[in-house]
Design a protein around this ligand. Structure first.
Ligand code: NI
Length: 487
């Protein structure tokens, strides 16, 4: 490894720049031209038996909760440890917000990346973000799974023992001293809680990541140290060496480009997404309704597609980008079967709490993933929690996206009873309605046959959202709640 990689010791980059090893922030480009703490994440669709689990409290409450973590069929202990890690943090957040009811729209948001995947190890990096009135803070935790030993492990289990942790802490502290007065290196202790996110870059250097406010009193963006492979190798356990090998094996990392460039490249020659059966129904004459499914694809989406196919019903899927990246084959199936694939952002943040650049980042990352899967450019977005404002509309408009909310909330997300979900969907439906449901929720998928049967009996035809507006079409940047929005 050339010495210059480690020059400066610490790299500070904007949190938004951490995406699939792709540099997304021009500021980061200027600060750190060859970024040693950048991680090349693994495409999750390559991992056999990987699915995603979603925890949320629905779209209507004041508290905004959205958690996604992966599950892997042949690594149940990994899934269990991930579940435990996120639910412990979520329970704490719920306790904190219940005690402090003055805070408006507290938000809890978890997404993940695959730090490594081989036939020997899996590494999952969780980003756990929360805001309880005093601004946003992110923390990072990496959970490892050793396929040889069939064990799930904390980050520090990549190290040989306690003295390895002490040595690593000393190396990291020295690197942080070189960073300057904004960082407090003495906050770092040889403690597993300070070293709970350890991953490797493609050169085999160990990347140590810190949480917001862990080494500085203010948010500096991501603070991370890359420890050269030669220094860290003597400190690694058997699992640590396997993890390092897995990270170095990846030779097909995506070429580095900015989100703006890739968007331009991806959108210029691609047709807009529309249902392959659009035009077969005239909603000016027929009694139309648009079923919409948010937050997927998830473990029950395949089953929902089977049900819709049996009933020859079409729907609009507002997919979350990180889930879409794990299951591009389900997006392709949606397209093939006449459904419409739409954008529900990358990680389901409340867009009204973000600056414009981050709103754009949330939308373009999801857009890019969907385009890659289906070869078409989505024209609709739904803001998470239905939360929108002038800035969100403006950014969506610039990206060619119409903003779609809903006219019927089935309140399905916290309801374990499919019958109740179906009753609300059917009793609240009216011609031109946009019905909100979630395909990541099993009981909602259980309710689908009954919803289709009863609405069909009432003479309804199931169409995708743009078909409600017929020849009037939908305009980018404009908000649509139901067919009435066109008037
Ligand atoms: Ni949602």
């Amino acid at each position: 490894m050339p010495k210059s990689w480690f020059a400066g010791g610490v790299a500070l980059i904007a949190a938004s720049a951490v995406s699939c090893g792709v540099t997304a922030s021009p500021v980061a480009d200027a600060l750190v031209p060859s970024e040693p703490t950048m991680i090349n994440y693994v495409d999750p669709s390559w991992v056999h038996g990987l699915s995603t689990q979603t925890l949320s409290e629905g779209d209507s409450g004041d508290r905004h909760v959205h958690v996604v973590y992966p599950s892997v069929d042949d690594a149940p202990l990994l899934t269990e440890k991930l579940r435990r890690t996120v639910t412990e943090r979520l329970d704490r957040f719920i306790r904190d917000t219940s005690m402090n009811s003055a805070v408006r729209h507290p938000e809890f948001n978890v997404d993940w990346q695959l730090a490594a995947a081989s036939d020997q190890v899996l590494g999952v990096r969780l980003r756990i973000g929360e805001s309880i009135g005093s601004g946003w803070s992110d923390s990072f935790t990496t959970i490892w799974y050793d396929r040889m030993e069939k064990r799930s492990l904390d980050a520090t289990d990549l190290l040989r023992d306690g003295s390895s942790l002490a040595t690593l802490a000393q190396i990291v502290k020295e690197a942080l001293v070189a960073r300057g007065p904004e960082v407090d290196p003495y906050a770092i202790k040889p403690d597993a809680r300070h070293f709970d996110s350890l991953v490797f870059n493609p050169h085999g250097d160990l990347v140590v990541e810190f949480d917001d406010y862990q080494v500085a009193t203010k948010s500096l963006g991501r603070v991370a140290v890359a420890v050269p492979a030669s220094d860290v190798e003597p400190l690694l356990s058997a699992t640590g060496l396997r993890a390092q090998r897995a990270a170095m094996r990846k030779t097909d990392a995506p070429a580095s480009m900015t989100s703006g460039e890739s968007m331009a490249a991806a959108t210029t020659d691609r047709p807009p997404a529309r249902s392959s059966k659009a035009g077969s129904v005239d909603c000016a004459k027929a009694k139309c309704v648009a079923l919409t499914y948010d937050d997927g694809p998830g473990p029950d989406t395949r089953r929902l597609l089977d049900i819709l196919a049996t009933q020859r019903a079409r729907a609009t899927f507002f997919t979350v980008g990180s889930n879409a990246s794990a299951h591009p084959e389900l997006l392709r199936r949606m397209r093939q079967e006449g459904h419409l694939v739409a954008n529900h952002t990358w990680s389901h943040r409340d867009l009204t709490a973000l600056p414009g650049s981050r709103v754009a980042d949330q939308l373009t990352r999801a857009q890019r993933t969907i385009i890659q899967a289906i070869g078409q450019v989505p024209a609709l977005m739904r803001p998470p929690y239905g939360a929108s404002n002038a800035q969100v509309s403006s950014v969506a408009g610039k990206l060619g996206l119409s903003v779609v909310r809903w006219s019927v909330d089935t309140e399905d997300r916290l309801d374990p009873n499919p019958r109740a979900v179906a009753d609300r969907a059917v009793s609240r439906a009216e011609p031109g309605a946009i019905i909100l449901m979630h395909d990541v929720h099993g009981p909602t998928v259980d309710a689908a046959p009954e919803i289709l049967r009863r609405l069909k009996k009432q003479g309804y035809t199931f169409v995708t959202v743009p078909e409600l507006y017929g020849s009037n079409g939908m305009q980018p940047g404009r908000t649509y709640d139901s067919a009435d929005s066109s008037g």
